[in-house]
Design a protein around this ligand. Structure first.
Ligand code: GLN
Length: 296
């Protein structure tokens, strides 16, 4: 049976069993996402109800074979489709940025909550350090139209993608974009964020061989690795905190497995906090460290 005479459903069955046999994780949901992309970005409902029994369009057959071959070679489906949803919004992604992970939505939720609680009528300045695809500043600017937002990254290519995502969601003009290393661009400009957030690279260097090939071979290593214990970026960022015009009211970090206590200790060493709490992810891992300082 050639793809030429197939229905979309038959192309799905063939590709998902091929990808499954190649050891691709979640082969059937990957295949659905690739088909949705192939068919002009249709929804899953449209795929299953409008397209399912239709013949595979002749002119798409060669592209389909290429998409399936890329997935079989281990490429993350999000880099193939160029998209990942985050906090209810679609984001453009590519090999210059880390693919957004669902647990980071819990960090955004916690910061929206704390910001509204601590700045009930104000317009806090939120700064996202190492913004990557820009999911954090864009989803926050979108959800809180009165907040001021800044976002930085050491990678110009990442900032470019973050800016594109901000344009797509009509918040680009409300975000200040800064290129530079960790807190340096904020310190240089004398910016004083009320809420500082970062999901920095935190995987211990030695974990490289244990990572899934999708991550190890395709995601940018500068966005993944944080030194021997994975704590290097927190150490440097936290040691820069006292050089800001003032210590932020809220600091929120995403952290790796087993790092929350160490990051909290680093924070305690540079400032007095009213409260430091951890947010668990859906697997019960302490995933976010939220430090709050209200006695200003
Ligand atoms: N801030 C971005 C995110 O949360 C990028 C994180 C990173 O590259 N370490 O996805």
């Amino acid at each position: 049976m050639t793809t030429r005479s197939m229905t979309v459903r038959e192309a799905f069955v063939k590709a998902s069993s091929f990808l499954g046999a190649q050891g691709v994780a979640e082969a059937s949901s990957c295949t659905e996402l690739l088909l949705q992309h192939l068919l002009g970005g249709c929804s899953r409902t449209e795929l299953l109800f409008r397209w399912w029994q239709e013949p595979m369009p002749e002119e798409l057959v060669a592209t389909w074979d290429q998409l399936v071959a890329r997935k079989a070679a281990g490429e993350p489906v999000q880099y193939i489709t160029g998209e990942q949803d985050f906090f209810g919004l679609p984001f453009k992604v590519g090999p210059a940025v880390l693919i957004p992970r669902p647990e980071t939505e819990l960090l955004v939720e916690a910061l929206l909550h704390e910001g509204s609680r601590l700045f009930p009528q104000g317009a806090p300045l939120l700064a996202d350090v190492g913004t990557g695809s820009g999911i954090i500043p864009v989803s926050i600017a979108h959800a809180r139209p009165t907040w001021r937002v800044a976002a930085s990254d050491i990678s110009a290519a990442a900032l470019e993608m973050a800016r594109e995502n901000a344009q797509r969601h009509d918040v680009a003009a409300r975000v200040e974009w800064l290129e530079g290393d960790l807190l340096e661009p904020y310190i240089e400009r004398g910016l004083a964020p009320d809420i500082l957030v970062s999901n920095p690279p935190y995987i211990p260097d030695g974990d490289l061989p244990a990572l899934m090939p999708e991550v190890r071979l395709f995601e940018p290593h500068t966005a993944l690795f944080g030194g021997v214990e994975g704590l290097d970026l927190y150490r440097r960022m936290i040691s820069q905190l006292p050089r800001l015009p003032r210590i932020p009211t809220v600091v929120g970090f995403e952290v790796g497995i087993g790092q929350a206590e160490a990051v909290a200790a680093l924070l305690r060493a540079v400032a007095d906090w009213t409260e430091i709490r951890f947010v668990q992810d859906l697997q019960g891992i302490d995933r976010h460290v939220i430090a709050i300082r209200t006695d200003l």
